[in-house]
Design a protein around this ligand. Structure first.
Ligand SMILES: Nc1ncnc2c1ncn2[C@@H]1O[C@H](COP(=O)(O)OP(=O)(O)OP(=O)(O)O)[C@@H](O)[C@H]1O
Length: 797
């Protein structure tokens, strides 16, 4: 037994293989499709099966909807327990229903024929009939594994792997890989062509949103998706090797396989920026999984939205590991005795706190490594004790018994002068207040160990309003929160009561929120087809009450100390040492998938090696898997990118591309930047998406030129950027994304724009799935000499 070999076509296949660099692990397949009647017969058979599956899906949806309706119809009355039981049933049915709706497209995409067994159909979810006979196998189930892993060398009992291509509810194609030559029938010959599914998927126009690849996962990717949950798995791979998409499928796989553990603790998926999260956000729902928290470092600290920008120098310094020590010292600075003793004027008499009294209280407070805000209670108790004794003496009351001293202590506690002295000596601190105080005082920065030059980089006046936090501040806030601990809720409540105006404003906001929830509930009802059956206002009210309805992801997002069941980090090479510390606190069990490419590191605070970033936290507990095949960028484009990669590191190797287009990348010299708009307009392909990737320093100017010249073009990563036919982005903004056509503008400025300029240019050149061009006003960098320089006004044919 072995892979099929037609005399004529095998040579053809070998040629296709070397062209597309598909490895020997792939079964040999042909695109011999000449047997229409036999092929039609196969299509008809598969259509009948698919129709049956959709009928079953419709039935399950109807049943689930009836169950949900039944629970909701019971209303909101009864005991608390009744209500909470009903809520959890309603939540369960609603989730099941949305899962059943999510799998409409591509419900079933494969069939596995195994020796001596009935064929298994593989799809997005598992389904059985009322007698519990399997109709469809979830792609994540162990029995589905051969669909992705079987090779001629190791067929895993598979005789045939069939890819079903469907549109809406119709079968439009079947492509087979055969592993058994013995029983080759006429029908088999008509459907052989296993690579077709992959190549068809890769050749499709991009929509601006990442799609799932569940039908065409490749063996090396499948191994990563199903890799063990424990420990840190690093997935290293060049651009376009599927790291992101594999990470997303791994999240879906882990939720399926370890649902109990992960449903409680949740999965966090960290991406580089909000645009990237929007780009990938549809993949998990299309796999039927909605309860994964997608976030960026900038959004990981509850209550802070870090969008301000700062110099690269400041970001690098804030990201360095020694900032942990700086923050710790900044906290200790707030527990220091002033140079002079503190006099507390109580009108009738004056109390004095000297160094001895302070140090005795401070050393008691610091025992047991309590966080600052909790230690404050011990400090205050001690100081009040000292002051009470002094007061007794001054009042001439001599020795007091314990009870009298306690009364005196309590009296002193409420004295404004005492309160104010205590607040100076050991203030309640929020992380925000600590950092603002640190960066606006050279004296405090010096105490925390920052040199005068570093103080110049970090100094900033205390901010007037919100919106001043940067991404690099977030791990520092988190670090500070660890050392400070929570503030006593009673203290917080008292402070909140004083803020009456805020409360009134909050009430008004709440009413607005209520209205928007009702509007949202209406939309949900329409979308799920439940309108008419359930009242939107009642549904909204249900979801407003006490938070018990929140999903795991929502609860985790609001809790800084949440420990996730698993964390997936994409573009992980960009994370600073301080960001890793923050993440590791959220992953005490060190169950993580870390996805990235050291060669694409753009930020100076990012990784130079995985060991450098992971050894401090998970020495001996991380393993590396490498992806080697580029599914995005055609060979011709990758050749240009590979030249640039040698500037990043002479020993680095670009991944091999799975396909070629026959179109060479071009370069076009512009007489002035003003020509850029016209050039871009000439490259538009109907229905295709084009990105112009520009140096950060010229983003505003070039963005304006392109948007003025091309209708519908968008500059920057804001709303609508993913859907626009043309978008102008910097390299940082384009990281992780892909487009049909890419034009890299002013590559020399990208190269010289940062210490990691070569890495940036490499990233920019590898964003295209189809065509690549370079537009330059100065000389073309020598490293891009492989591009065909176009003298004429028409850039490429
Ligand atoms: N097995 C597959 N079947 C179909 N498409 C695939 C497959 N693997 C990857 N792709 C496609 O290749 C493209 C690149 O994938 P992805 O963005 O995950 O790569 P990446 O390694 O994260 O790239 P980068 O590091 O450049 O951001 C995507 O369009 C993805 O859908």
């Amino acid at each position: 037994m072995g892979p099929i070999c037609y005399s004529e076509s095998s040579r053809h296949i070998e040629r296709r293989r070397s062209n597309r660099n598909i490895g020997p692990e792939h079964p040999i397949t042909t695109d011999n499709n000449e047997a229409p009647p036999a092929r039609q017969l196969e299509l008809g058979k598969e259509q009948r099966y698919l129709t049956r599956l959709y009928q079953r899906l419709d039935l399950l949806r109807e049943r689930t909807r009836a169950q949900l309706d039944g629970v909701l119809a019971q209303g909101g009355g009864g005991t608390h327990q009744n209500r909470s039981e009903r809520d959890s049933f309603a939540g369960m049915y609603a989730e099941r229903l949305s899962r059943l709706w999510a799998v409409e497209n591509g419900l079933c995409f494969g069939r596995l024929d195994l020796t001596g067994e009935k064929p298994l159909y593989i799809g997005r979810i598992g389904m059985a009939d009322d007698e519990q006979a399997r109709l469809l196998i979830d792609w994540r189930a162990p029995v589905a594994q051969p669909f992705y892993r079987a090779t001629p060398a190791s067929p895993m009992g598979v005789t045939r792997r069939r890819h079903l291509r469907t549109r809406d509810r119709r079968v439009i194609g079947v492509d087979d890989d055969l592993f058994d030559l013995d029983d080759l029938t006429e029908a088999d010959r008509a459907t052989l062509n296993g690579e077709a599914a992959l190549l068809a998927a890769l050749g499709e126009k991009r929509t601006g949103r990442m799609r799932d690849i569940v039908a065409t996962i490749q063996a090396e990717q499948d191994r990563i998706i199903r890799s063990d949950l424990n420990g840190v798995l690093v997935v290293q791979g060049g651009p376009g090797t599927g790291k992101t998409v594999v990470a997303l499928h791994r999240a879906a796989y882990l939720l399926y396989t370890h649902r109990d553990r992960l449903a409680r603790r949740g999965i966090l998926l960290l991406g580089p920026n909000p645009t990237f999260l929007r780009y990938i956000e549809q993949v998990l729902p299309s796999l039927g999984e909605t309860d994964v928290l997608l976030s960026t470092v900038a959004d990981l600290y509850p209550g802070v939205t870090a969008r301000a920008s700062e110099s690269a120098e400041a970001a690098v310094l804030k990201g360095s590991a020694r900032m942990a020590d700086v923050v710790a010292k900044a906290v200790r600075d707030r527990q220091r005795m002033p140079r002079q003793p503190v006099d507390i004027d109580l009108g009738a008499y004056t109390l004095r706190l000297d160094r001895r009294a302070f140090e005795a209280a401070a050393s008691r407070a610091s025992r047991g490594r309590r966080p600052h805000n909790q230690a404050r209670a011990v400090f205050v108790r001690h100081i009040l004790g000292t002051l009470a004794k002094q007061a007794a003496k001054q009042l001439g009351r001599g020795l007091l018994d314990e009870e009298e001293l306690a009364d005196l202590r309590e009296d002193l506690r409420t004295e404004p002068a005492v309160k104010s002295a205590l607040n100076r000596l050991w203030p309640y601190l929020t992380p925000q207040r600590l950092l603002i105080g640190l960066f606006s005082s050279r004296e405090r920065m010096a105490y925390a160990g920052l040199s005068p030059a570093e103080q110049d980089v970090l100094f900033r006046d205390p901010p007037r309003g919100g919106g001043h936090w940067t991404e690099a501040d977030v791990p520092l806030l988190d670090e500070a929160a660890e050392l400070l601990g929570d503030i006593d809720p009673a203290v917080l409540r008292a402070a909140a009561m004083q803020a009456e105006e805020d409360l009134a404003a909050a009430r008004r906001a709440e009413e607005a929120e209520r209205q928007s929830e009702i509007a949202y509930a209406r939309e949900v009802l329409e979308l799920t087809g439940m309108g008419g059956m359930v009242d939107a206002e009642r549904l909204a009210a249900r979801h407003r009450d006490d938070g018990s309805h929140l999903t795991t992801a929502e609860r985790a997002a609001a809790d800084r100390t949440w420990a996730y069941g698993h964390i997936i980090v994409d573009e992980a090479q960009e994370l600073s040492a301080m960001a890793w510390r923050m993440l590791m606190r959220r992953s005490p069990n060190r169950s993580m998938t870390v996805v990235g490419d050291i060669a694409q590191t753009g930020t100076a605070a990012g990784a130079a090696s995985w060991a450098g970033m992971l050894d401090p936290h998970a020495a001996g507990r991380w393993r590396v898997e490498t992806l080697t095949v580029n599914y995005r960028t055609p060979t011709e484009l990758m050749a240009v990118a590979a030249d640039v990669l040698t500037l990043v590191g002479p020993s680095l190797r670009a991944p091999r591309s799975v396909r070629e287009t026959g179109v060479r990348p071009w370069a076009r010299r512009l007489d002035g930047p003003g020509e850029l708009g016209e050039l871009v307009a000439g490259q538009l392909v109907p229905g295709g998406r084009l990105a112009v990737i520009v140096p950060a320093a010229q983003a505003a100017r070039l963005g304006a030129l392109v948007t003025a010249a091309v209708p519908g073009a968008v500059a920057g990563p804001g709303a609508g950027s993913l859907e626009a036919p043309v978008v102008v982005l910097t390299v940082t903004e384009a990281k992780g994304l892909e487009f049909d056509t890419v034009i890299v503008a002013e590559p020399a400025a990208i190269l010289s724009g940062s210490p990691r300029g070569a890495g940036d240019l490499y990233v920019a050149l590898t964003r295209a799935t189809g065509a690549l061009g370079v537009a330059h006003t100065g000389a073309l960098p020598a490293v891009l000499s492989r591009c065909a320089e176009l003298p004429a006004s028409r850039p490429a044919d």
